[in-house]
Design a protein around this ligand. Structure first.
Ligand code: HEM
Length: 498
């Protein structure tokens, strides 16, 4: 009896301490929030001690409406609010105008601030962590290379070759293929050729193997102990750096002995030309190889995801698919009758196809937001973002806002007919904006366009049931299996020919 009552007293004591602790914490929090609101810091909730609102944030990523976390807070506090996620107090903006100001004030007011696993893996030389003149120089070099006329003709042929090659293997696999895997094979091959001039073969396979291990660590717990994802990922990055570093060193030697200055052939040449005109010393090889490895990420992540989701949305929307097919068949017929090769412009001027790509990028939200840190106190539309705070500019919220898009959850490529081919605007930012606007924007559109053209004019397909998952990155849960049959059996085409 005595023992039991003693035990109860201990529990009552613990409960009292916890209750008093929580009361004091809540009091302090309320006082701090009042002070923050008086200063002009957006309203919001910092959630539980240490955890903040992280669990709710992550849980929303596992639902079919990942934007629900933002929507709930937007309805309580307005379009710009305060929260505490992933170990940081942050200000979230779901407002297109605020996002625009954040994107356009890169370097002097805002600098990128990414989760620890990403900064750890990318290292200090990453373009995502560069600022000021070095960033402008590297961004400019990559951007002009990707837009150069000489590259446009070559890359169009390279993408066509990869797409045709992989599509031709599809019927070998008992007519069932996983679109996500196939899209990764195509996009990685294209990008590695563009960046390192490495074509199909053993070297490419080894790079792909190491690269897959490396990207697994991009979003994971920041624990660097043997056996953890981050540790394995860092080891893969070391091996990749060795391989790519050797290619850079070989190229440097070849460049030194070359008499005439040639136009850059790949991204190695581009970054080795860093010092040209800028009167700066050549950056060390690990700077160059780190940036080259980083540039390969869209080959494994963003571009294949866009290709896969375009197939998913089209499979669910036969009317849009029929219009896409009609437009692409017309181009194919023209090319067959004139015996001309396809050009960059042929693919980029297919209006409905480009609208399908815009709508896919809007609805898929592959890069759902960018993270920035304020270098000084900044006031945007009356909201104070204090020095040192992070701001998350949510692209998903803007893309899924009824104020910006009618029936935002519908896949409707026709909505873009009113605005023309959308590149980027304050309410459409799949490729970011301002000084960090993605330099691979046009290349991505071209690649998706070539893939869709050859897919719809080569095969018809029936997609198996699958769903999109949004966390940690956008993916198809079962890699989007489809059952394909050759184009001749396509009833849509037969109708057209009759
Ligand atoms: C559908 C495909 C793609 C999407 C959705 C995408 C999206 C983005 C976004 C949102 C940013 C801005 C990040 C920020 O502001 O912090 C960005 C930056 C960047 N992207 Fe892409 N991207 C894609 C494809 C590509 C491709 C194919 C390449 C290159 C070969 C590429 C290279 C880059 C680079 C180098 C940056 C860094 C720019 C800088 O910080 O100055 N991206 N991308």
């Amino acid at each position: 009896m005595k023992g039991e009552s003693g035990g109860s007293l201990v529990w009552i004591g613990i409960a009292t301490v916890v209750a008093v602790g929580l009361f004091i914490y809540k009091m302090r929090k309320t006082q701090k929030e009042k002070k923050d609101t008086n200063r002009g810091i957006p309203r919001g909730n910092s959630g539980w001690p240490l955890l903040g609102e992280t669990l709710e944030f992550i849980a929303s990523g596992y639902t079919s409406r990942p934007v629900s976390f933002m929507e709930k807070r937007k309805s309580l506090y307005g379009k710009v609010f305060k929260t505490h996620i992933l170990g940081k107090g942050i200000i979230v903006s779901t407002d297109a105008e605020v996002n625009k100001v954040v994107l356009q004030n890169n370097g002097d007011v805002f600098i990128p601030c990414y989760p620890k696993s990403i900064t750890e893996l990318f290292g200090k030389n990453s373009i995502l962590q560069m600022n000021g003149p070095v960033h402008r120089r590297v961004h400019g070099l990559i951007g002009s290379f990707l837009k150069s006329a000489q590259l446009k003709a070559r890359i169009t042929r390279d993408i066509e070759a990869s797409v045709r090659h992989f599509l031709s293997t599809w019927l070998e696999n008992q007519h069932c293929v996983y679109v996500q895997d196939e899209a990764k094979k195509i996009a990685f091959e294209v990008l590695v050729k563009l960046i390192l001039s490495v074509g199909p073969g053993e070297e490419l396979n080894l790079l792909k193997k190491e690269f897959e291990e490396f990207t697994k660590g991009l979003i994971c717990l920041p624990i660097k102990l043997p056996g953890t994802t981050l540790y394995k990922s860092l080891k893969a990055k070391e091996r990749l750096s060795k391989m790519v570093g050797k290619m850079v060193e070989d190229r440097k030697l070849r460049m030194e002995t070359r008499e005439e200055k040639a136009l850059p052939n790949d991204a190695i040449d581009v970054l080795l030309g860093y010092a040209d005109g800028a009167k700066q010393p050549l950056p060390p090889s690990d700077f160059i190889s780190g940036n080259l490895i980083e540039m390969m990420i869209p080959g494994e992540e963003t571009v294949p995801t866009a290709m896969t989701l375009a197939v998913k949305f089209l499979s669910d929307n036969p009317v849009a698919l029929a219009r896409l097919l009609e437009e692409n068949m017309e181009l194919k017929r023209q090319k067959i009758s004139s015996s001309e090769d396809y050009s960059w412009t042929d693919y980029m001027s297919l209006p409905f196809t480009q609208n399908v790509i815009s709508e896919t990028l809007r609805l898929a939200n592959i890069i759902n937001a960018v993270w920035r840190k304020a270098l000084k106190d900044v006031k945007i539309k009356g909201h104070l973002i204090p020095k040192g705070w992070c701001v998350l500019a949510s692209f998903t919220s803007v893309h899924m806002d009824e104020e910006n898009y009618e029936n935002p959850y519908n896949f409707d490529p026709c909505r873009w007919e009113k605005v023309g081919i959308a590149v980027t605007s304050s309410t459409f930012t799949p490729f970011g904006g301002g000084q960090r606007l993605c330099p691979g924007l046009e290349l991505s559109r071209l690649e998706i366009s070539i893939f869709l053209h050859h897919l719809v004019t080569t095969y018809r397909w029936v997609a198996e049931k699958d769903e999109i998952v949004y966390f940690p990155t956008v993916k198809m849960k079962s890699k989007l299996p489809i059952n394909i049959m050759p184009f001749e059996q396509n009833p849509l085409i037969q109708t057209k020919q009759n």
